[in-house]
Design a protein around this ligand. Structure first.
Ligand code: PMP
Length: 441
């Protein structure tokens, strides 16, 4: 076993999505968390500007969740999900259906966002086959879309780095154009006015392949990992109209937007567009226990339930689907969200968040600031020949000054826990402002 000078064995853990060699020279270790703050291994508080990784929506260290988890481990630690059930999975599914968009009343549990995406794609393909439309096999994603890291997800996703090492992926996939247009929409507060017509690219894909060959369109209502890209006003409605007209299913990947991030329980609720299938994870359990949930419409679910009785309807599932401990965490998280009205909180805080961030619009190299609810991005001009370097400098400055933001290339993303108070926003903006000024030198 090799170790660094602190005698920490850092080589064994191959960290995901991380420049491992660089990290292990200068590790950043978080050791505990409470409310809006992490604490690092030097005892410094670090304001969590990202809700972990877009997931700890009710803030850290929630006793209600840890106690529910402890009780559940002691009572029923595991139950097989195949041909057996346990009450908590049924109860959690009922509770989720109650807050879901109107017709999405059936819940399939997974263990992550990536698994939710694979599950949703398989349900969409299976649905068409059950309806006698077996030619509907093509899928449509979107440029810059992020749908997890499994083969279906990286294929419908539109982020080159996630795909290019891994071969051909799924075949039969087209991508809509992304909706980021800094020329027209820079520094928009909330959803941009321009770009609704980008949804019409779907008509061209349909003209090329014929609707009878297309199973589903999958998009994030708001792209998160691809750079916090808002849907232009009317865009999601237009996608809904086109998919409905052609019998194509619409899947919203709400792994980030679910559970209050943009206000209301889901983006589809806030923006009034109901998909046929919705994927979730992250905030589902407040990030405490890994879990995902796929919300499926009555119509799709019914198609699977009309075959012969005693037959397995969907050959798909995971050892940990509907895990009792994850259900306990999810129920406790949902109780907190509801009791503290956290789904409305992003709307209440939206103006303050937007105004504070937009106060940085005149800083050097800032080319866009965009936000909705409690999620935002600041985009910077790249340094000559060194894309990502400026963003990294701002991230480092913020972290060293006790504020965690997310950095992808020259885009900084903020998605704080929904319990955030105005003073936390001020702390975040002050670190960002300094960081941006320093990164200018
Ligand atoms: N879909 C979206 C929209 C996501 O943002 C993510 C994760 N950032 C995923 C899927 C994948 O989730 P996980 O990392 O839990 O597999």
């Amino acid at each position: 076993m090799r170790s660094n000078s602190n005698t920490q064995p850092l080589d064994a853990f191959w960290m995901p999505f991380t420049a491992n060699r660089q990290f292990k020279k200068q590790p950043r270790m978080l050791t505990s968390a409470e409310g809006m703050y992490y604490q690092d291994d030097k005892g410094r508080p670090v304001l969590d500007g990202c809700a972990g990784l877009w997931c700890v929506n009710a803030g850290h260290g929630r006793k209600e969740i840890s106690e529910a988890v402890a009780r559940q481990v002691a009572k029923l630690d595991y139950a097989p999900p195949f041909q057996m059930g346990h009450p908590l999975a049924f109860e959690f599914a009922e509770r989720l259906a109650a807050i879901a968009p109107e017709k999405l009343n059936h819940i399939f549990f997974t263990n992550s966002g990536s698994e939710s995406v694979e599950t949703a794609l398989k349900i969409a393909l299976g649905y068409h086959r059950l309806k006698g439309d077996a030619t509907r096999q093509r899928l449509v994603g979107r440029e810059r879309g992020y749908h997890g890291v499994n083969f279906g997800g990286i294929s419908v996703g539109g982020i080159g780095n996630n795909r290019k090492m891994f071969g051909a992926g799924l075949s039969g996939i087209d991508h809509l154009p992304h909706t980021l247009n800094i020329n027209l929409n820079a520094f928009t507060k909330g959803l941009p006015e321009h770009g609704v017509e980008l949804a019409d690219a779907l008509e061209q894909i349909i003209a090329l392949h014929d609707a009878s060959n297309i199973a589903a369109v999958i998009v994030e209502p708001m792209s998160g990992s691809g750079g916090v890209i808002m849907p232009p006003k009317g865009y999601l409605q237009r996608l809904r109209e086109i998919t409905r007209k052609h019998g194509i299913l619409l899947i919203f990947d709400e792994v980030i937007t679910g559970f209050g991030r943009v206000g209301k329980a889901f983006a589809s609720t806030r923006w009034g567009v109901e998909p046929d299938i919705m994927t979730t994870a992250k905030g589902l359990t407040n990030g405490v226990i890994p879990m995902g949930a796929v919300f499926v419409s009555d119509e799709i679910h019914d198609a699977f339930m009309t075959g012969p009785e005693n037959m397995i309807e969907l050959f798909h599932g995971y050892t940990y689907s509907g895990h009792p401990v994850a259900c306990a965490a999810g129920l406790a998280a949902l109780d907190i969200y509801e009791k503290e009205n956290l789904f409305d909180r992003a709307i209440e805080m939206e103006d303050k968040f937007a105004e504070s961030l937009l106060s940085m619009k005149e800083l050097p190299n800032v080319i866009d600031i965009r936000n909705t609810g409690l999620v935002a991005a600041i985009e910077l001009t790249p340094e000559a020949d060194k894309p990502g370097e400026r963003g990294h400098k701002v991230f480092k400055h913020c972290y060293e000054n006790g504020v965690l933001v997310r950095w992808t290339g020259d885009i900084l993303a903020m998605s704080p826990p929904l319990i955030i108070e105005p003073a936390h926003i001020d702390q975040m903006v002050s670190a960002l402002r300094e960081g941006i000024l320093i990164a200018n030198n």
